[in-house]
Design a binder for this molecule. Sequence first.
Ligand code: SAM
Length: 261
Amino acid sequence: THFGYETVTEGEKQERVAGVFHSVAESYDKMNDLMSLGVHRLWKDHFVSSLNPGATNPPGRPQRILDVAGGTGDIAFRMLQRAHEFHGNPNVHVTISDINPSMLAVGRQRSLVLPASHQSSLSFLEANAEILPSSLKDNSLDLYTVAFGIRNFSNVLAALREAHRVLKPGGVFACLEFSKVDKYPLLNAIYKQWSFSAIPLIGQLVAADRDSYQYLVESIERFPSQEDFRDMIVDAGFAVAGEGYEDLTGGIAAIHRGIKP
Ligand code: SAM
């Protein structure tokens, strides 16, 4: 395949991912809506409301959140909305980190229309999730989120270990990612048809970039199953409750959660 990883090194993968997100940054939000028929918004809403940022005991306690591969801000903006408006907790701070300056630039631009109090609780950090900077101290964060980002990392286990390092004991790792629809063969067949035929075509027609969207589809295909990814989270030192994951839309996406003991 065009972006087949079998023979590429970690460094080459990182370069290709950089190229993909540099080329899709401007069209990224529109393409997400088209490719998922708007459903990514529901998944993101559910992800954030299930994490419930800002709900502290006692109320109003500070929380430090890192949204890794935060791209254009979809998760971070929702978390600030939830914490500040829904819970009336303005002491929640979210850092959006991403390896790609073009994605961060779009996020920064989009954040300008947020209320001033949300903007002042938001910061941006250019960083590789696999080697977070030392400014992110050990045991310093309450919540680490990563949405539709981790499958692009060259070394997923290194990123999970970094998540474990920066979280406080009791802190939560939460990941929203495309996953496997193996439990529903009919849905799986329709979904595969959509992924491999429609998405690259939409990429070509709307963003004039078939290759980047072909890469996105292939990266979903290569990502581990719900159970295998859960096992990696446990290997990185997290504790999980129950199965450790929740399927969304039959497993097209899944939420994984781990707690640092
Ligand atoms: N979280 C956002 C969302 O849900 O809309 C953006 C997801 S976007 C599909 C994936 C992001 O992962 C891109 O912005 C890309 O730059 C970022 N990324 C890829 N590799 C990374 C790495 N090693 N460290 C940090 N971010 C990375």
